[in-house]
Write a protein that binds this ligand. Structure first.
Ligand SMILES: C[S@@+](CC[C@H](N)C(=O)[O-])C[C@H]1O[C@@H](n2cnc3c(N)ncnc32)[C@H](O)[C@@H]1O
Length: 366
């Protein structure tokens, strides 16, 4: 509600989180996911918890704390729930001020339980709404309770949660690196979204003392690339059909040698967003790359759309928490030349049209 410029009592506010909340609201709007927030609240007086009063959501007076949703909110939200397939109910943390039964929350919980029995998937986040839902006898198995609101919030912000990251690392895709590469201890170069593999085929031929791995989600392209590997009898080149966003970490973490270079070249921009962004460029992927990259290992980013390279570079700098620096020292923002002497298909296509490429190289410092 604070992100929507509605007044919220300070005890419910996380300092400096408004920007992140507004990004989430924007994401929801872009995906046409409706957000409903309470129109009215039952509030109790801070100095006397026995005193309660109804307030509109934009008129809560100082000295009063909301403890339950009001009848207008309940009516509005209940009327839309029945047509939903998935609902995330985010409630406030339990501030210990709650003495009375929360009638509004209990009625909302009952509506959600009814919808879930009609096939709607429900997630309830926060200790207060979870308490209301837990009071329902024979609760539907379609309802997932997430009591720790902090964890949900970190997840929504896109943070790789330590527990999940640890599981990802422990789960290694069964890749027999010794049957894929003749020497699986050589330095590894990974091209994410390798497309038709043109870049890696050239690199594999030029640089014999490294292994090259393409991660590409298009199965047909990967199948063609693997045929090419067979025909060329390459022993330092391999392609895997996978969603690199989720599987970069699990796949690459089992490699024996050092990860020295990751390239992300000409990702598909998402033109539906206000900022061009490759859907694949999620914080989890960026953090997995930074985590697995050797010290002094590099990340090469390029696109024919300047905003795409800027966006990718920003993600590495932000999520690198001081570990990633720009590795170009000629004072220019973009590298004039491709530093590898091997071009991707899209890059060739762009240059043939006389258009510029926006290239940058980052290095992991520590
Ligand atoms: C515009 S093409 C660029 C291909 C190549 N890098 C080039 O420059 O010619 C983007 C490629 O990224 C792949 N891709 C998109 N999302 C991906 C993901 N999550 N994991 C792996 N590959 C992905 C697409 O299938 C597509 O082949």
């Amino acid at each position: 509600m604070n992100g929507l410029n509605l007044p919220v009592p300070p005890c419910f506010l996380e300092k400096d989180a408004t920007g992140e909340v507004q990004k989430l609201i924007q994401t929801a709007q872009n995906r046409e996911i409706p957000i409903f927030y309470p129109a009215d609240f039952v509030c109790i007086k801070n100095t006397n918890h026995e005193l309660s009063k109804m307030f509109g959501s934009d008129e809560i007076l100082a000295g009063w704390t909301p403890v339950d949703i009001g009848p207008k909110s309940l009516e509005k939200i209940s009327s839309v729930i029945s047509s939903c397939q998935k609902v995330l109910w985010i409630g406030p943390p339990d501030l210990g001020v709650l003495k009375k039964d929360t009638l509004g929350a209990s009625q909302l919980a009952a509506s959600l339980d009814k919808s879930s029995k009609n096939g709607c998937e429900i997630f309830v986040a926060g200790s207060t709404p979870c308490k209301a839902v837990e009071r329902i006898p024979r609760l539907s198995s379609q309802i997932t309770l997430l009591k720790n609101i902090t964890v949900v919030w970190e997840f929504l912000k896109g943070r790789s949660l330590p527990g999940i990251a640890a599981l990802d690392k422990a789960y290694t895709h069964a890749i027999r690196w010794d049957s894929v590469f003749s020497d699986p201890s050589l330095p590894l170069i990974v091209d994410i979204g390798s497309g038709n593999g043109l870049f890696l085929f050239q690199m594999g031929r030029k640089v014999k003392d490294s292994n090259f791995l393409g991660l590409e989600m298009n199965k047909k392209l990967v199948s063609r690339c693997l045929n090419g590997v067979l025909l060329s009898k390459s022993k330092n080149l391999y392609f895997i059909s996978t969603d690199a966003t989720s599987n970069f970490g699990p796949i690459v973490s089992s490699y024996l040698g050092a990860l020295v270079l990751v390239t992300i070249q000409c990702p598909n921009p998402d033109f539906n967003r206000d900022v061009y962004r490759w859907k694949m460029m999620r914080r989890t992927l960026v953090e997995a790359i930074i985590d697995l990259l050797a010290i002094n290992g590099k990340v090469f980013l390029q696109s024919d759309i300047e905003a795409v390279t800027i966006g990718m570079r920003e993600q590495f700098i932000t999520y690198g928490r001081g570990k990633m620096v720009i590795d170009v020292d000629d004072g220019e923002e973009w590298m004039e030349e491709n530093p590898f002497g091997a071009r991707t298909d899209w890059e060739l296509h762009t240059m043939a049209r006389g258009k510029p490429m926006y290239r940058t190289l980052l290095r992991k410092t520590g």
